[in-house]
Ligand binder design. Structure first.
Ligand code: KIV
Length: 272
């Protein structure tokens, strides 16, 4: 746990987790109920554009729009009483120019009340990150496997496996930190690279599919709860089986309705 336990966390609290030796938890949320569950245990809640795939069943995160992120961001931020809330900038809302990124980020902060944005990108996005931070937008970086690049990379591939890919990851991490990000997500890399990146970084690294060597971990909450029956990523470990439990509960309801056991006396209004 970070030092500030009950107060609403700020980017400074997340930044200060670096070097404490105590790993911290970040979780995604797209909806109010999941936000409440995540806020109870996580230091950071991210409204990820993975909502396109997990919540809407889209084939990738690319069709997710800024309006979708804002609608979900506002729902989630309402229930982030203690956790810092960061909202993803979706594909096409920030890559064209720093001014475009600022316009998108300003809408996110103003219309959702969230306290930070996350954007995917390494050295090539450093100028944009610097532009945002200098103008009052806290930025959570995201390097390594970047789902918004899926059409360029031809799939979701683990990063940093070759010496040149590792060098690129280090350059990206350095650039994102120097540009002023308060922390960075490292997605999909091998353990020794994640460890070395974490040791080299002056800001917290938050791993997803990047081993326990990172300063914190982030996971898609629906994966953790067993709500994504098709998920087969190696790094996913379900701690509950809500989908299977839900299927059982709904088939019990269906049977009760068909047998006229539901609604029962307790669910029926009386005249007096
Ligand atoms: O989109 C997302 O949910 C993310 C987090 C898992 C880091 O990028």
């Amino acid at each position: 746990m970070l030092a500030v336990a009950e107060k609403k966390r700020t980017v400074l609290d997340i930044r200060a987790a670096k070097g404490t030796g105590q790993p911290f938890l970040a979780l995604t949320a797209y909806t109010a109920p999941i936000a409440q569950l995540a806020d109870a245990v996580a230091e950071l809640v991210v409204v990820g554009d993975s909502l396109g795939m997990v919540h809407y069943g889209m084939p990738s995160t690319l069709p997710v729009t800024l309006d979708m992120m804002i609608a979900h961001g506002a729902a989630v931020n309402r229930f982030c009483k203690k956790a810092l809330c960061a909202v993803d900038l979706p594909f096409g809302s920030y890559q064209a120019a720093p001014a475009q990124a600022f316009a998108s980020a300003a809408r996110v902060l103003q219309e959702t009340g969230a306290q930070a944005v996350k954007l995917e990108g390494g050295a090539e996005m450093a100028g944009t990150i610097h532009f945002l931070v200098a103008r009052g937008v806290p930025v959570l970086g995201h390097i390594g496997l970047r789902p918004q690049l899926v059409n360029v990379t031809g799939g979701y591939r683990i990063q940093g496996k070759t010496p040149s890919a590792e060098e690129q990851l280090f350059a990206d991490a350095r650039a994102v930190e120097e540009a002023g990000a308060f922390a960075m997500v490292i997605e999909g890399t091998v353990e020794d690279v994640a460890r070395a990146l974490t040791q080299a970084a002056g800001i917290p690294t938050i791993g997803i599919g990047a081993s326990a060597a990172c300063d914190g971990q982030i996971l898609v909450t629906e994966d953790v709860l067993g709500l994504t029956p098709g998920a087969k990523a190696k790094f996913v470990k379900p701690y509950a089986h809500f989908f299977a439990e839900g299927a059982k509960a709904l088939s019990a309801l269906a049977e009760d309705v068909r047998e006229r056991r539901f609604p029962g006396p307790q669910q029926v209004y009386a005249r007096t």
